[in-house]
Design a binder for this molecule. Structure first.
Ligand SMILES: O=C(O)c1[nH]c(=O)[nH]c(=O)c1Cl
Length: 310
């Protein structure tokens, strides 16, 4: 079967890569993804200056997924920009740069520099970090998103994308889509970021499992799959001129198939990659291929976006 994807002027051998935040904070980790079976690489969301992030424990895996309140620990924008400078694009795996400034100005500063650097990597602007105490998720403030995107498209004229939080209301889907459709330069949306502010409890210890925010953190893994699929399908319908990147709950070829059936062009893995390591890429791709063979599909376009309704 042919797992290749052609989008945004990029050619990918397969649709699978890491979700920002997982196996992507250091060059060593980024190289682990790049030299794995993954079809692309994305960096950890960064701020202009390095950040230590929240106190530990700040990540915990559970049988159904994960909870994290990392607090945006990262090596700082220059570190990732320099990686993007020396990145071997000709090897055929695109590089995405995730940006998550603490303020709009921080995002504009990073994007201004990125525009001037004329690199081949593509920005994914994070509108949805749920773990910065006192900071609301920009993605839930439609007016603020519209203003931010207006200024972003002024300083960055190239193709870019945004990482969205999950939405849970059809009016919110429509309102956010109306904001996003006003920006032709915005070429993709990544749905979804973790479901913010969940609480995991350890019965034996009668305690929360992560330190920040008295235990509140973003949920990932199987917990979020139906929400992720809903966001992929709704934005696939509402943003006809843009791509949707699926993220959330992909543990096997079956969930990757679901995301693409719902309309995803490419898909990212987070919790599963964190727990299993880079071997997850080859395993999931093999499972997806086997499923396609079983169903008689030759390529991803044979079923992408063709989820049936009743
Ligand atoms: O706490 C984090 O670093 C974090 N954790 C998430 O689950 N999503 C994000 O976008 C970020 Cl920035």
């Amino acid at each position: 079967v042919d797992l290749s994807v052609s989008w945004l002027g990029l050619a990918m051998a397969n649709p699978l890569y890491n979700a920002s935040g997982v196996m992507c904070r250091s060059v060593a980790e980024l190289e682990q993804v790049r030299t794995s079976a993954a079809g692309a690489v994305i960096t950890k969301s960064c701020t202009p200056q390095p950040r230590v992030g929240n106190p530990e424990p700040r990540y915990c895996a559970t049988p159904l997924g994960s909870i994290n309140s990392m607090g945006l620990p990262n090596a700082g924008y220059p570190y990732y920009r320099d990686y993007a400078r020396s990145y071997p694009y000709a090897a055929g795996k695109p590089l995405f740069l995730s940006l998550s400034g603490m303020t709009l100005d921080e995002n504009l500063d990073m994007l201004r520099d990125l525009a001037a650097a004329e690199l081949l990597c593509l920005p994914e602007v994070n509108l949805s970090c749920p773990n910065l105490p006192g900071k609301p998720q920009l993605g839930y403030d439609f007016q603020a998103c519209s203003e931010a995107l207006t200024q972003i498209t002024r300083v960055y004229q190239g193709p870019f994308g945004v990482k969205l939080p999950p939405y849970f209301d059809q009016v919110h889907f429509a309102q956010m889509a109306a904001v996003l459709n006003a920006f032709p330069g915005l070429r993709f949306v990544t749905c979804i970021n973790s479901i913010g502010n969940g609480l995991v409890i350890d019965v034996e210890r009668e305690s929360v499992v992560i330190k920040p925010k008295d235990g509140l953190g973003g949920l990932g893994g199987s917990y979020v799959l139906p929400t992720a699929l809903a966001n992929v399908r709704e934005f696939y319908r509402l943003l006809p001129d843009k791509h949707v990147v699926g993220c959330g709950g992909i543990n096997s070829g079956r969930e990757a198939f679901m995301h693409i059936l719902a309309g995803a062009t490419v898909v990212q893995i987070g919790s599963c990659l964190y727990e299993e390591g880079e071997g997850a890429f080859a395993r999931i791709l093999d499972e997806l291929s086997a499923l396609m063979v079983q169903k008689g599909y030759q390529r991803l376009d044979d079923f992408r976006g063709k989820l049936k309704t009743l």
